[in-house]
Design a protein around this ligand. Structure first.
Ligand code: HGY
Ligand code: MN
Ligand code: MN
Length: 422
């Protein structure tokens, strides 16, 4: 039996820990809600910290709230093998998105200690703070800080209540100013590999066990402000109206039409509309629309940005409504390391798992970690391709299979002197 086989995860333990973490959720919502800065999230961070310590990791919480566990390697210090993901959820989310990557990383640490296998490089397992899209419009808060791309203007973003992100971080016991300065150096990372549920249908539809991720989609999120003219819904002739809500609704259809026109992987989604005064009998004078476009194809993404703004602006102004567009994020697509892809595929082959190359339509912390070193991602199937909903589900044996491929990939990368940032 080789080391690669030695590190098979304890499936029951891994499954039980994932279920235990799901217990930290806001039960006033259907499904599983553990949004960033929420009380269930605060309580869960202490539990994750204890899990890491119990697995033999030296744990620190950095200024941005990332939980960073380190298992010293034979060489001690130097570039580390890094894995991890996030444990925050979307509102009414599921039990596996992100969680699987953090718990599998902790399970790898446990198996290293139980088997006595010692790595050359330190193993670092990270639970990144606030990966999900949130009311501040800034996802991947913690991994941006680690990658050194969390900016002062990000901290000035406010949520719907006017709370600044910087103040929310401080209220969570963190140090936002220090978070701006805590970026890791590129020499800190030998390689980064993240296990994640696919959140889409490709693996299940093809009956494939492992996804070797080729690229992570770029995500551009926008907030559109519509300013019309309030008036009486009963006496104002239709032709004289400047209805902000109608303009926002037309914009929702334009966003959908742009997404449907993508010749390659490209999608466009409207997530939320707010309107005021929001009363029957009153023509809406203010509306706001939050939307996003995503693609692994940079050219389409940039073209879609322009197309959406041009078309929404033209149709809004034609209704006599004023418009203002704020781009909240402009995250370009990120290719994964070809070398890490090959190592993941070899590990799957060695373990007898079917695999296929797949793009990630979802965004991930890995996109930011790729600034620090060679990055790869391993997907396991999502039942029905569902995610970001209570029905999100990945079978325990599929998670264990992914954790085993993760362990084998890390061991193989550990033995390579240099993992080219290819
Ligand atoms: O929204 C996403 O793409 C990821 O699940 N945070
Ligand atoms: Mn995720
Ligand atoms: Mn997610």
């Amino acid at each position: 039996m080789t080391d690669l086989d030695l590190l098979a995860p304890n499936t029951e333990r891994l499954s039980a820990r994932i279920a235990e973490l799901a217990g930290f959720h806001d039960s006033t919502f259907p499904g599983w809600s553990r949004e960033v800065f929420s009380e269930p999230y605060r309580a869960s961070r202490q539990w994750v910290r204890e899990q890491m310590a119990d697995a033999g990791l030296d744990v620190v919480i950095d200024a941005a709230g990332n939980i960073v566990g380190r298992l010293p390697g034979r060489r001690g210090g130097g570039p580390a093998l890094v894995t991890g993901s996030h444990t925050d959820t979307v509102r009414q989310g599921g039990r596996f998105d992100g969680i699987v990557g953090v718990m599998a990383g902790i399970e790898v640490a446990r198996r290293l200690r139980e088997t006595g296998v010692q790595l050359e490089h330190d193993l670092v397992v990270v639970d990144f703070l606030g990966e999900e899209a949130n009311d501040f419009g800034i996802s991947c808060m913690g991994s941006r800080a680690i990658a050194g791309v969390l900016r002062p203007d990000h901290l000035d973003r406010t949520d719907g209540t006017g709370l600044r992100l910087g103040d929310a971080l401080a209220g969570f016991g963190l140090d936002p100013d220090a978070a701006l300065r805590q970026g890791w150096k590129s020499g800190d990372v030998h390689a980064y590999v993240e296990l994640h549920v696919e959140q889409g249908p490709l693996l299940e539809q093809s009956g494939t066990a492992i996804g070797v991720v080729t690229a992570i989609a770029g995500i551009d999120r926008l907030l559109v402000h519509f300013a019309g003219l309030a008036g009486h819904a009963g006496t104002t002739p239709m032709a004289d109206r400047r209805d902000a809500l109608v303009s926002a609704a037309a914009a929702v259809l334009t966003v959908e039409r742009v997404g449907c026109g993508a010749p390659v992987h490209g999608v466009a989604t409207s997530g939320h509309i707010e309107s005021s005064p929001g009363s029957m009998g009153v023509i809406t004078d203010e509306a706001r629309l939050w939307a996003e476009i995503r693609s692994v194809d940079r050219t389409w993404l940039h073209g879609a940005r322009k197309q959406i703004v041009d078309e929404i602006t033209a149709e809004t102004r034609a209704r006599g409504v004023d418009i203002d567009v704020d781009w909240l994020t402009d995250q370009d697509p990120v290719p994964t390391s070809g070398l890490v892809q090959d190592v993941i595929a070899q590990a799957a082959d060695h373990l007898g798992d079917s695999w296929k190359a797949v793009p990630s339509g979802a965004g991930h912390d890995a996109a930011h970690l790729s600034r620090l070193g060679p990055m790869g991602m391993i997907f396991v199937p999502s039942v029905g391709g569902r995610s970001h909903c209570p029905e999100e589900l990945t079978a325990a044996e599929d998670i264990a299979r992914g954790a085993h491929v993760l362990a084998s990939t890390l061991i193989t990368l550990d033995r390579r002197e240099e993992v080219r940032h290819a």
